[in-house]
Design a protein around this ligand. Structure first.
Ligand code: CA
Length: 231
């Protein structure tokens, strides 16, 4: 995983330095920013492989910055992990709904942080198998990491991309939330099952603009299924 670059945005210097130290030891390149403004200046220069973003910042909050970056087509695909001292479930859902790809509550160990970063990078990275997957007019191109419907580009975050990739390659079968977590996130990362619902909502919303949201179906009491057939 070396030569992957992480941008750490955290105003509390001892915490930022501790995180940067741990990441460098794990083989990452690290750049540091003390607030949202500094982060945006660094992002204008070049994009890191992942953004580690603290929720509480002195200027624009990490939550607001995540929303802003996910709305901008230049930075939409940049993976973001939100760091926070707030452990409330509602905050976690708000964090994920901002567009962040994962959410980590302080305090966390360097090992846990590296595991989460690697999991998000894995999801954002290329997967094996056929280069092109097609289903009901949706074309997923693994080489370019692009998804199109009838030739029009679909805007997806890295997690929604992985989720769609899984569904398109496993159609007409019901998967429980637990199975989806296992297959999409990998078994060694702790993610709450409710997280799945947030990403499903986001995936449907992205597909809705292209009239394909009906393909991702909720199967009550069982989980989710990708199907072209009516419920
Ligand atoms: Ca902070």
């Amino acid at each position: 995983m070396s030569d992957r670059e992480i941008l750490v945005v955290e105003d509390e210097r001892p915490i930022r330095e501790m995180i940067a130290f741990g990441l460098r030891r794990a083989g990452f390149e690290v750049r540091e920013a003390e607030d949202s403004r500094a982060a945006r200046a660094l992002l204008a220069d070049r994009h890191p492989d992942l953004l580690l973003l603290d929720w509480m910042l002195p200027d624009m909050s990490g939550l607001e910055l995540a929303k802003l970056l996910k709305r901008d087509k230049d930075t939409r695909e940049l993976p973001i992990i939100l760091l926070t001292a707030r452990a409330e479930e509602a905050d976690k859902v708000a964090g994920l709904e901002s567009g962040a790809d994962d959410y980590l509550t302080k305090p966390f160990s360097p090992r846990e942080l590296v595991a989460r970063i690697n999991a998000v990078l894995r999801r954002a990275g290329p997967a094996g198998g056929e280069e092109r997957v097609e289903f009901e007019g949706i074309v997923l191109d693994r080489a370019s990491h692009r998804v199109t419907v009838d030739g029009r580009s679909v805007a997806l975050g890295p997690t929604e991309y992985r989720m769609l990739e899984f569904f398109l390659t496993h159609p007409e079968r019901v998967y429980s939330r637990e199975q989806l977590l296992d297959r999409i996130w990998g078994g060694n990362v702790y993610v709450e099952e409710r997280t799945i619902d947030v990403h499903i909502r986001r995936l449907r919303k992205a597909l809705e603009e292209h009239g394909r949201d009906h393909l991702i179906q909720t199967v009550r009491g069982a989980g989710y299924r990708c199907s072209a057939l009516a419920h």
